[in-house]
Design a binder for this molecule. Structure first.
Ligand code: OKP
Ligand code: ZN
Length: 341
């Protein structure tokens, strides 16, 4: 299938992150995308560049002031006398005011970010915009009639909401793809998120909508990031009531339990009868992933791909996580290969 790729992703290189009390090299690295690119090229997928989709398309999903904040954050950090990477250090928890957007850069960062693991460097915006355009380009390719297309997005997107960023994510690539499909005439779109982590941003964006079904399988937030969303009792609100389905699974989950949950997810998608599918494709469910705790093996990714392809829907696959770099390419190619057959 067509795989949207651009080397612009490499402009985002976070360097170090705070992980369990230590500064360690970031898990979300440029070589992730290069390993995927190589594996997809070797498997015969056609690599295409993202289109110059107008930035106004971002506003179907994101708040305009948030977008301008992300674009300008690095320059402001330095013009306000700070050095190094842009990292927030304080957040409006219970008892603090969430309605204030402080004028200074540190307060603005705390207002828009929800964690400290998502650094902004000089090239971050270029990579973020290119990833968003890659996802929307894959959606355009499917809108124009291809049965499936893949976007090699880096940085990932599913933790980013309308006006918040975190979890290595800045703009929500999968939500932008879903909105693009709707804007081009599909009436109902399902998003299935198979990344190890709950797609809190995607859930929040579509929470009160009935034109998008959001279904997610993920590590139980009782112990797994992002901790504060992704519980089974979250079902949507207003018109969106019943259009969110969370299937949290315990750390240590292997294929049998995973497949049972995937069946439940696919049944709910069939009942919704969407006109297109977006897959938030994280492969951090892999047994050797350094920050996750499921036990899927390489041979399981073609099975996931086959089950997704069996839905028979026009499908946009959007890259999310996956940090076992040596196997990331073959795991992603395993899912995509099932669509070609
Ligand atoms: C992004 B994606 C845990 C720190 C978690 C953020 C993880 C973001 C995952 N101690 N850091 O969903 O793969
Ligand atoms: Zn993840």
């Amino acid at each position: 299938m067509k795989a949207v790729y651009t080397p612009l992703h490499a402009r985002h290189e976070g360097g170090f992150e705070l992980y369990r009390g230590q500064l360690v090299p970031t898990f979300e690295t440029p070589d992730r995308a290069e390993f995927i690119r190589a594996a997809l090229a070797a498997a015969g997928h056609e690599l295409v560049q993202p289109r110059e989709i107008p930035e106004s398309r971002l506003l179907g999903v994101h708040d305009a002031e948030f977008v301008e904040f992300l674009r300008g954050a690095y320059a402001r950090w330095h013009s306000e006398g700070r050095q190094g990477h842009v990292i927030p250090s304080g957040f409006p928890a219970r008892g603090l005011r969430r309605d204030r957007r402080p004028r200074g850069i540190s307060g603005s960062l705390g207002y828009y970010a929800f964690d400290a693991s998502t650094p902004i460097v000089a090239g971050t915006w270029d990579a973020v915009l290119a990833a968003a355009r890659s996802a929307m380009t894959a959606a355009a390719i499917v809108s124009e009639g291809e049965p499936a297309a893949y976007a090699l997005c880096r940085p990932p997107g599913h933790h980013a909401a309308r006006s918040t960023y975190g979890g290595y994510c800045y703009l929500n690539n999968a939500a932008l793809a879903a909105q693009y499909l709707l804007d081009e005439g599909r009436r109902r779109v399902a998003v299935i998120d198979v990344d190890y982590h709950h797609g809190n941003g995607t859930q929040e964006i579509f929470w009160e909508r009935d034109d998008v079904l959001f279904v997610s399988l993920h590590g139980d937030p009782e112990t797994e990031y992002p901790w504060f969303l992704g519980y089974a009792d979250e079902r949507g609100a207003g018109r969106g009531e019943g259009h969110t389905l969370n299937l949290p699974l315990p750390a240590g989950t292997g294929w049998d339990e995973y497949q049972a949950a995937l069946d439940t997810a696919l049944d709910s998608i069939r009942r919704y009868a969407p006109e297109a599918l977006v897959v938030s494709l994280g492969v951090d469910t892999f047994v050797a992933d350094p920050i996750s705790s499921f036990k899927l093996e390489g041979r399981h990714y073609p099975l996931i791909g086959a089950l997704l392809a069996d839905l028979g829907l026009p499908t946009v696959l959007v890259q999310e996580g996956g940090y076992a770099v040596a196997e990331i390419g073959s795991n992603v190619a395993g899912v995509l290969g099932a669509f070609a057959d």
